[in-house]
Design a protein around this ligand. Sequence first.
Ligand SMILES: Cc1cc2nc3c(=O)[nH]c(=O)nc-3n(C[C@H](O)[C@H](O)[C@H](O)COP(=O)(O)O)c2cc1C
Length: 471
Amino acid sequence: MGTLAHHRPTGTQQALVGPETLGSARFRADHGVRYAYAAGSMYKAVASEDLVVRMGRAGLLSFFGAGGLRPEQVVAAIGRFRRELGDGPYGVNLLASAENPAREEEQVDVLLRHRVRLVEAASFVLPTPSLVRYRLAGLRRDRDGSVHVPNRVMAKVSRPEVAQAFLAPAPRALVEHLLDRGRITADEAELAQYVPLADDLCAEADSGGHTDQRQLVIVLPDTVRQRDRAARGFPPAARVRVGAAGGLGDPHAVAAAFVLGADFVLTGSINQCTVECGTSDRVKDMLQTAEAHDMATVPAGDMLETGARAQVFRRGLFYPARANKLYELYRRYDSLEDLDPATAEQIQRRYFGRSFEEVWQETREYYAQANPASLELAERDPKHRMLLVFKAYFVHSIRSAMGGSERHLVDYQINCGPAMGALNGYLRGTGREDWRDRHVDDLAELLMRGAADLLSERFAAWAAPDAWRQP
Ligand SMILES: Cc1cc2nc3c(=O)[nH]c(=O)nc-3n(C[C@H](O)[C@H](O)[C@H](O)COP(=O)(O)O)c2cc1C
């Protein structure tokens, strides 16, 4: 642990700030961790079992990338965490699935059945029945009269209306709905009014993956103010901690986040370029030389129809241009048959390496299992069929990157933000350029210690400017 070089204060001044005092003490106590720091989920176990176990053993929080995995894979991962980490610290990603609520239900069934006590909830636009069911399960009154909340929720937000929903109790209509169907008990329904939906709100700025590309200096103070306002009408909201994510790749950015008022920080992109991360060596080789400006924001494949955007690595890849092209075609045309022959030919040959018909056959088999309602719609509506075929390209591009396919190198979809470039810049010349020398807990140590040292140095200089005057 802590083997990476980090920023050290110059001179002989006393360190005023330590890594273990940055951020919220309640965050550290509630999650049982040494630092107010977390490594965020990355789909399909890119945030891998190894990553979670390594962080947990170091007394640090991380979230397993459960998105896109089959339930049995998630169950197996939880089993390993329980064996190797006991009760934690660790959490599992809970992804909203607006087009397939059954999938969300299934995720929550697994989490409750296997007593996972912390989730990182992401992509929620509004609270859903399954999210509320997770939050309310097991609510009870303790002897001292306080409400015991066994299931903790960290919600990732980048928009005020979503933050608002997580600072409030579960909507009454949803609580009634769950009670009527016997999904929660009368006690849980009654106590719901005293509990905000989240324990932690993570204000996400310009991050890798799905992003609204907001600026941290705006979105973080905004969310803190929103929390404080919410607490005036609903006092339990005062306890909801507000953290920062997006663009945190070096100690300077982490120090800035804490000065802006973050109760905790969460990183994503930088953890993708470590020994523990579950992507291919080829992707890690590319990322270890990435600069902050090597990123592009393109349509997000899994939400193509909504216009949502995701930030990806672009240097040397065709993927960003192809993602843009497919989105443009989806908007402009109503069916695959409407595409002009040259475009149709180009997409089939270059993007897919096979015909639309072949892609459709495979897609159909998948949706027959995964989402029959969507398949039914596609059989009736040619535009929806085109959407599902185009989405297959995005799935293929993730698989190619994760599998390290040499043949499909230019199609790699590598979700990543500028934080990666910041880390590489910071590590240049330290002997830690190679990802084989980067471990996820060491990065946490590097960022937190470095931030504490930077702040100590700055505060000392501001508190006693004369002592710092240059000769
Ligand atoms: C490759 C990659 C995959 C991601 N997948 C998910 C995911 O499945 N679920 C999720 O909640 N967040 C996901 N994220 C977002 C991260 O958890 C985190 O919030 C974000 O990366 C923080 O911003 P940063 O990349 O600037 O550090 C992903 C990020 C990356 C880079």
